[in-house]
Design a protein. Structure first.
Length: 335
């Protein structure tokens, strides 16, 4: 039976389960960003401090750019790596649907009691216990609220992981999703001793030369359309191979595309297997990219969304651009 905790006190309800149970497997979406990785690490540390057994799972593993983060527990990329550990509760973080953590976790949902904690619009509440709140800026914000219910102090590696989650999904507190609650959580972390002079360089100054060269190639390939209101970029598997990088190395470039004067929507589309593509969309102001993503079976938020398309890269770029252009026209008519 599916249970929604969206009404009442969801953080308290989930904290109650975490106190009562043990042997947790924590998972997040493949190709994880800072919110996914930070949320996993923060919750792992909280549970380990309570004496719980914890394992982490991510199909893609921890990206090199977050290799400095203390994850709090071993992180595996395949379930056969967990040896004798038998999870009795699965916690899925930052996944807009049950496909995002990968097929192994999707299969496990049918046999292991599960909790789904997520902040994306359109989440189908696929777990046994679900807390989905699109008003939260980051899943890390939700984990922090659960931590408060558990009495967890956001110091040391807990604070560092939560801060990573928050800055990743708020553009370092510059996006419109940055609320007073987000800043209050960040302030609590700083009061508990996080040294920004130490955190900042670890977060920002850890690029490989290959990643820098990839960004040079990609920046040169950005194109504008719709009278400069849309910035688009296709990312081929070939350019990753030629630069010795992975798709994780392209993480964040879409946010720089939004900085071009006059751009309302930024779009990246990457190859995602033979004949398949994955699109990411970001917008400024009132442009609704979640509506665009939903048209392709995807989801997300008004200003940040994504979708997978069963078509090759160039075709996917054109389809997404056409849809974004139509939606910008609709927004203009409704203004």
């Amino acid at each position: 039976m599916r249970e929604s905790t969206n009404h009442g006190m969801p953080a308290a309800r989930i904290a109650e389960i975490l106190r009562r149970e043990d042997d947790f497997l924590i998972a997040s979406h493949y190709n994880p960003d800072g919110d996914a990785i930070g949320s996993m690490a923060a919750l792992a540390h909280m549970l380990r401090r309570m004496g719980k057994q914890v394992m982490l799972y991510n199909e893609s593993g921890v990206p090199d750019q977050f290799g400095w983060l203390d994850m709090g527990a071993p992180c595996v990329t395949a379930l056969d790596e967990i040896d004798s550990f038998a999870p009795r509760r699965l916690v899925v973080l930052d996944c807009g649907d049950d496909r995002r953590p990968g097929q192994e976790i999707r299969s496990l949902l049918s046999s292991v009691p599960s909790i789904n904690i997520d902040h994306h619009l359109g989440n189908p509440q696929f777990a046994d216990v679900n807390w989905v709140d699109s008003s939260c800026a980051a899943t890390g914000e939700m984990v922090a609220l659960i931590g408060r219910e558990l009495g967890a102090v956001p110091d040391g590696p807990v604070g560092e992981a939560l801060y990573l989650a928050l800055v990743s999904d708020t553009g370092s507190f510059s996006y419109g999703n940055t609320t007073a609650q987000v800043l209050e959580i960040a302030a609590d972390i700083l009061r508990c001793g996080l040294d920004l002079g130490d955190f900042g360089p670890k977060m920002q100054n850890n690029w490989s030369l290959n990643r820098m060269q990839l960004w040079g190639r990609l920046m040169g390939a950005v194109r504008l359309s719709a009278d400069g209101r849309i910035a688009a970029l296709g990312i081929s598997s070939a350019v990753l191979e030629e630069t010795g990088t992975t798709i994780a190395d392209a993480e964040g470039i879409i946010n720089y595309m939004r900085r071009i004067r006059g751009v309302q929507v930024a779009v990246t589309v990457r190859e995602h297997g033979p004949g398949r593509s994955k699109a990411s969309l970001r917008s400024n102001g009132t442009a609704d990219v979640q509506r665009v993503a939903a048209g392709f079976g995807g989801g997300g938020h008004r200003n940040a969304a994504g979708a997978e398309l069963d078509m090759p890269l160039e075709s996917a770029v054109q389809e997404i651009l056409s849809s974004v252009s139509r939606n910008l026209a609709l927004d203009a008519e409704g203004a």
